[in-house]
Every structure is written in C-alpha cells, then in structure tokens.
Design a protein around this ligand. Structure first.
Ligand code: HEC
Ligand code: HEC
Length: 174
C-alpha cells in the first residue's frame, strides 16, 4: 500500500469515528430527544426522570457522562405510581455473589458502571422492609441492566409495566 493511500484511509477512518462521536446513532439521538429537556425547576441528578429509561442516557452514547450498570425506579403498586423510598433492590449471581441497592426519595436506584461488581447473568428481587414477601423477577437478567427500558408503561408486547411492590395499593404498608 502506498503511503498516500494509507494516509487517506487513516483520514477516512478518523472522519468516520469523529462523526460517530458527534452524532452517535440516529436511533439513540431520537430516543434521547423524545424524552425532552428537564422539566422547569428540575436538575439532572439522582432524583430526576423517575420511570424513564435511565440507561438510554446513562450508557456509553451519553448524553450523561456517568455510565450506569443498572438503574430503574420502584413504585408502590400496579395501580399506584408513587415512587418508593427505601426499597432494596438485590442482585444475585448463580455463585451467590450479591449486591443490594436502596431506592431514593423518588424510587430511583442506580449503580455507576465503574463500581458494579457482578457479571451476567444475575437474578433480581425487590424488598421493602415492611412487607413480608420480596418481588422476584423470574427470569435471570443476562445482558441488560436497563430495568426501566423493559419496565415501562403502558404494559404491552415489549413493555412489562413499571416495577412495583404490591398489586393493590391498599395493601401497601403505611
Ligand atoms: C434524557 C436523558 C436522561 C435520562 C432518561 C436520565 N438521565 Fe440522569 N442525567 C442526564 C444528564 C444529561 C445528566 C447530567 C450530566 C452528566 O451526568 O454528565 C444526568 C445526571 C444524573 C445523575 C448525576 C450523575 C453525576 O455523576 O453527577 C444521576 C445520579 C442520574 N442522572 C440518575 C438518573 C436515573 C436514576 C435515571 C432514570 C430514572 C436517569 N438519570 C435518567 C440525562 C438523563
Ligand atoms: C428484558 C426485559 C427486562 C429487563 C431488562 C428487566 N426486566 Fe424485570 N421483568 C421483566 C418481565 C418480562 C417480568 C415478568 C416475568 C418474570 O418475572 O420473569 C419481569 C418481572 C420483574 C419483577 C417481578 C414483579 C414485577 O414488577 O413485574 C421485578 C421486581 C423486576 N422484574 C425487576 C427488575 C429490575 C430491578 C430490573 C433491572 C435490574 C429488571 N427487572 C430488568 C422484564 C425485564
């Protein structure tokens, strides 16, 4: 290969890489855009965008600089979308490695990617100290910690409804 062609190829590859970095993937950019800006008075942080698919923006394509391994939102009941403060999301691998993460005031939980200790697959369950039974996801999670991508409303063929602790809010402890 002549030097000139090698150089042209290198420039071409750089241009491609640069354009990928600046515009990401069109599908991703559209997903981010569709969620719109922060509501007036809200700031990006642990309490923002409850229920939204966190990892769309907190994955390697951004726009957030903080990449999460897992994130989502826990609600009271199927029929009550109040976020639960102090629920515990427990992740367990087949060899019994485990990590527990607590939800915050709006029901959000997340683990930053650099601090995530487990490998796939893992099981997940949600516990609330005042409830006798944990909510368990039957199938293991094998490649995607983006809880709210699947757990979104309205439930349908590809969306399974929000994560909840009891079926009926009347059974949620005061
Ligand atoms: C539409 C895009 C978008 C969605 C959806 C989103 N975030 Fe964010 N988030 C951002 C941006 C942008 C920032 C601030 C800039 C940055 O982190 O680089 C941010 C910041 C944060 C921070 C502060 C990070 C830090 O290191 O300072 C936390 C924590 C956070 N978000 C949690 C969540 C959780 C939990 C969810 C889902 C319930 C969520 N975000 C959904 C875009 C998003
Ligand atoms: C690929 C889609 C998908 C992802 C990602 C996913 N879930 Fe699920 N989840 C499901 C489906 C489908 C069910 C119902 C069947 C079952 O339990 O396997 C379910 C059930 C559950 C349940 C049982 C009760 C309920 O709310 O329906 C909990 C709790 C749960 N998931 C939590 C989580 C958490 C926490 C995460 C993120 C670590 C997560 N899920 C990620 C699809 C998903």
């Amino acid at each position: 290969m002549s030097r000139a062609i090698g150089w042209m190829l290198a420039v071409g590859v750089c241009a491609l890489a640069a354009s990928c970095l600046s515009c990401g993937s069109p599908v991703h950019d559209q997903q981010v855009a569709e969620m719109g800006p922060e509501p007036p008075g809200e700031h990006p942080g642990p309490l923002h965008r409850a229920g939204q698919p966190c990892l769309v923006c907190h994955g390697w394509l951004g726009p957030s600089h903080t990449e999460f391994a897992v994130a989502g939102t826990v609600y009271k009941a199927i029929n009550d979308k109040t976020g639960v403060d102090g629920a515990i999301v427990i992740f367990t691998t087949p060899d019994q490695n485990s990590i527990a993460v607590q939800t915050n005031a709006v029901g959000n939980f997340y683990v930053v990617k650099d601090r995530w200790p487990l490998s796939f697959p893992y099981q997940v369950q949600v516990q609330y100290p005042k409830l006798p039974n944990n909510m368990k996801m039957a199938s293991p999670i094998s490649r995607d910690g983006a809880c709210n991508d699947c757990h979104a409303d309205p439930a349908g063929p590809a969306r399974f409804g929000h994560i909840y602790l009891v079926a009926d809010v009347a059974d949620f402890p005061q």
